[in-house]
Design a protein around this ligand. Structure first.
Ligand code: AP5
Ligand code: MG
Length: 180
């Protein structure tokens, strides 16, 4: 089973992806977490990625695709993708990588959350990129580059829209109904 979480920053992708992968014992693959780990370890990739992340811009597709394709090839259990794909080019590249290993996406879970909830969640958390100006840019970037994926995947009949405004438990129960 391969599921993709789609949604704006602060929608709860990471929170719900962890719950879902714990529940089914699937692999949780978060490009944001992978990148933050590279930044923490001050690797070459991390130093480069940080120039984009601290401003709330997307890291270039080529870097992300390279980083993720090795992991996908060697993954046999279920996978929960969190924060990837995030552009149409990433989605096309994901499709090709999966085709090569005779797999495909089963569902795209779109977490729909009101903008007022997003800003209050992110301002309470205080990650490095949760500064108000950076949040604004992340939201803008989401609208420009990531939101088009909703219709991209709608055409493939993969989108499941989930109300992400409730409590973590409420949202998870809604998710389970769709995934199980
Ligand atoms: P990434 O780490 O993916 O950040 P993001 O998309 O901005 O989303 P967040 O992680 O902030 O939010 P989330 O939806 O995971 O919500 P969460 O569960 O944390 O990416 C960071 C950066 O890395 C990007 O800006 C980009 O530079 C780069 N990057 C990553 N992937 C990339 C890619 N594929 N291509 C290019 N660049 C890439 O929840 C948020 C907060 O709300 C938490 O504090 C949580 O506790 C709380 N919360 C969650 N659910 C609820 C609830 N139901 N009720 C109340 N509070 C809740
Ligand atoms: Mg996240």
């Amino acid at each position: 089973m391969i599921v993709v979480f789609l949604g704006p920053p602060g929608a709860g992708k990471g929170t719900q992806a962890k719950k879902l992968s714990d529940y089914f014992e699937w692999r949780h693959l978060s490009t944001g977490d992978l990148l933050r780990n590279e930044v923490k370890n001050k690797t070459e990739l991390g130093l480069l990625a940080n120039e984009f992340m601290r401003k709330g811009d997307l890291v270039p597709d080529s870097i992300i695709i390279n980083m993720i394709s090795n992991i996908l090839e060697n993954q046999n259990s279920g996978i929960v993708l969190d924060g990837f794909p995030r552009t149409i080019d990433q989605a096309k590249s994901l499709r090709l990588s999966l085709e090569e290993i005779s797999k495909k996406i089963d569902k795209v879970l779109f977490l729909d959350v009101e903008e007022s909830n997003i800003t209050s969640r992110l301002s309470q958390r205080g990650r490095k990129d949760d500064d108000p100006e950076v949040i604004l840019n992340r939201l803008r970037t989401y609208g420009e580059l990531t939101q088009p994926l909703i219709s991209f995947y709608q055409k493939e009949g993969l989108i499941e829209k989930i109300d992400g405004n409730g409590t973590e438990e409420n949202v998870f129960n809604n998710l389970l109904k769709v995934v199980a």
